[in-house]
Design a binder for this molecule. Structure first.
Ligand SMILES: Cc1ncc(COP(=O)(O)O)c(C=O)c1O
Length: 360
């Protein structure tokens, strides 16, 4: 009989794995500060928890398609409920978009580095991820190089705005160059809620039916463990997403939490908390001669190459000296010494400040 491994699509094994092992460690070691994963350190309010528990009492029923909630999200963006598809976190959107647009051998274009879930899910469709290095020295998208990397096999393009892990916004003129290609374009706005003064790119969705926005409540809204995301797109793309997502992809509890958190408006306080800590971190890091990139999300990329330390050394020192999980970053354009940090609870964030002062 064949080896079980040989009975499985080969690209299940060859696709890059998106490894979530750090979460097992973090849950098992609650004494460690969780500053490595772009989580929100502020838990949901009592009103949100109440909405979840109330809905749990009806957990014997299958969910509907949450028209009222889609209408509320639509209003938020000035579009109709028909322009919104609900996802089990934006990771489900990442997976669905690969399966909607890519067939084996097709190319998916994005930057290097990027959020690593994207190449992983493209690989599981047996598609090729083409990654273009960020521009030096500002680590902005290298737009001419990305446009030059487009081929007749490119069937999907990704722009994360602001980008992860750099936190940098792309210029509107540059974004339009990608829209004009006529190739499906995902604008991932997972972190946009931290900067509400920058508008979601709804106008581009209205103008270009092949452009869609991916949003999540995992970040500024702080519902990462509840799982809620959505797509804003033309009705045809919304139909495609709804066909590709599983029926009943969202639990009743997740939808109740999303609606309640919109009603409480607590996101504003959460954003304020994040942005205040970011300002403190920038001050502390710059005082040590390190280079923090503009933190437009809930994570900050730091170029610590001037310290002569490697990313691995910095992350290990954070764990040893202050019991902090911070995120190591692979060399960017061959340069070592980057790491990334997300504000934690007040106590964890204080520990990070102490770490910066004592280690660097
Ligand atoms: C750019 C980006 N998109 C999507 C996600 C996935 O978020 P979720 O599946 O929790 O909505 C992340 C998570 O870190 C991210 O950084």
């Amino acid at each position: 009989m064949a080896d079980i491994k040989d009975l499985i699509n080969p690209y299940v094994w060859t696709a890059p794995e998106y490894n979530t092992g750090i979460l097992d460690k973090a849950w098992a070691q609650p004494e460690m500060g969780r500053m490595m994963l772009n989580e929100n350190p502020v838990p949901p309010s009592d009103a949100v928890v109440e909405a979840i528990t109330d809905m749990a009492k009806r957990g014997n029923r299958y969910p509907d398609r949450a028209y009222r909630l889609r209408e509320k999200l639509g209003k938020l963006h000035g579009v109709a409920a028909e322009n919104i598809a609900l996802a089990n976190g934006s990771s489900e959107t990442i997976d669905a978009m690969m399966r909607i647009f890519l067939q084996p051998g097709d190319e998916f274009l994005c930057s290097n580095p990027t959020f690593e879930m994207f190449p992983s899910r493209a690989g599981l469709c047996n598609a090729k991820t083409v990654q273009v290095n960020l521009r030096e020295p500002d680590l902005q998208y290298d737009v001419p190089a990305m446009l030059a990397a487009v081929t007749d096999k490119t069937k999907l393009i990704l722009i994360i705005n602001p980008n992860n892990p750099t936190g940098i916004f792309i210029e509107d003129d540059d974004l339009i160059k990608f829209c004009e290609l006529g190739i499906p374009l995902c604008i991932d706005e997972a972190y946009l809620d931290y900067h509400p003064q920058v508008e979601a790119k709804i106008d581009l969705v209205k103008k270009y039916p092949h452009v869609f926005l991916s949003h999540t409540f995992s970040k500024a809204f702080g519902l990462a463990g509840v799982r809620f995301g959505y797509v804003v797109a033309s009705p045809t793309l919304v139909d495609a997403f709804n066909l590709m997502y599983l029926p009943w992809n969202l639990s009743l509890m997740a939808m109740a939490a999303a609606e309640a958190i919109l009603d409480t408006g607590e996101v504003k306080e959460k954003v304020k908390y994040n942005n205040e800590w970011m300002a403190t971190f920038v001050k502390e890091l710059e005082a040590k001669g390190l280079k923090p990139f503009p933190p437009h999300g809930n994570y900050m990329l730091i170029d610590a190459s001037s310290s002569g330390k490697t990313s691995a050394e910095i992350v290990q020192a954070g764990a040893d000296m202050q019991k902090l999980f911070i995120k190591s970053i692979k060399p960017i354009n061959g340069k070592e010494g980057y790491f990334r940090v997300t504000p934690g609870t007040p106590e964890e964030s204080e520990r990070f400040v102490t770490f910066v002062r004592e280690y660097f």
